[in-house]
Design a protein around this ligand. Structure first.
Ligand code: NAP
Length: 250
């Protein structure tokens, strides 16, 4: 298992859920590098599981100076970067009637502005020929109540994969986006009272064409494909890893 042998990766939000699933999949294919988040406890536990070839960097992806530090520190430790995964995200939940300017700014800062600047700040430290993976959401394609702002930000992230690929043709850096459907991660804890989490997950699973929600490992496998030469003819593309929930009715 060495599709990413010695490739240097930076994975934002690599201390939880989908980001950790991607970090584990990268590690299993021989990659080294950094995971990025703000929660020191989960950073410590995640990096302990990933082993000596990964470091944890405590940084806020909405802060440009933090992002600069992330890439500088990673390049100093491992050399130039081959793979960037802009995964950190999440959203304020509410409707156009309830979310005001502060929620708007927060949601766009985290889900859109941070993606732009993760790439913008990473590029000077990146090898030509590298691969950048953005994490979208099927909320970009369907209107779910209370996820309008988040869905709009993710729709723009899907455009970023095309635009960035076009911008970076001369450097042969490919940018693609993975669109997860409902995935079993600690994000549920942010939106659902603890005692309701299992029931909500069961409900989502029953609504899925596949009869189950996604696991971080499902997204990890797709990320390895987009990071490796197996996808060398793909750029500006969207890979739906959603158990069919976006386009299939049940
Ligand atoms: N789970 C789903 O059903 C689902 C579906 C579609 C798309 N997605 C997308 O998948 C990505 C990962 O979500 P998840 O479900 O794995 O959620 P999660 O378990 O809550 O993980 C979110 C990650 O983002 C990091 N993060 C959040 N804000 C940050 C900030 N300002 N600076 C640095 N790191 C930050 C968190 O780390 P800290 O808390 O340590 O900062 C955490 O590692 C997100 O972009 C999400 O929108 C998820």
């Amino acid at each position: 298992m060495s599709k990413l042998k010695n490739k240097v990766a930076v994975i934002t939000g690599g201390n939880s859920g989908i980001g950790f699933g991607i970090a584990e999949a990268f590690k299993n294919e021989g990659a080294v590098g950094a995971i990025v988040g703000r929660n020191q406890e989960t950073l410590n536990s995640a990096v302990a599981q990933l082993g000596d070839n990964f470091i944890a960097i405590n940084a806020d992806v909405t802060n440009l100076a933090d992002l600069e530090r992330v890439f500088k520190e990673t390049a100093e430790k491992f050399g130039k970067i081959d793979l960037i995964v802009a995964n950190a995200g999440g959203g304020a939940v509410g409707t156009v009637a309830t979310l005001g300017e502060a929620d708007f700014d927060k949601t766009i800062d985290l889900n859109l502005k941070s993606v732009y600047f993760t790439v913008n700040k990473g590029l000077p430290y990146m090898n030509d020929g590298g691969s950048i993976i953005l994490i979208g959401s099927n909320a970009a394609h369907r209107a779910y109540p209370n996820f309008t702002l988040y869905g709009a930000a993710k729709a723009a992230v899907i455009h970023f994969a095309k635009g960035f690929s076009s911008d970076l043709l001369d450097r042969k850096i490919r940018v693609n986006v993975i669109t997860p459907g409902t995935t079993d991660t600690p994000a549920f804890e942010k939106f659902v009272p603890a005692e309701q989490i299992e029931a909500i997950k069961k409900h989502f699973a029953s609504e899925m064409p596949t009869g189950r929600i996604g696991q971080p490992a499902d997204i990890g496998k797709a990320a390895v494909f987009l990071a490796s030469d197996d996808s060398s003819f793909m750029l500006g593309a969207e890979l739906l890893v959603d158990g069919g929930m976006t386009y299939l009715s049940k």
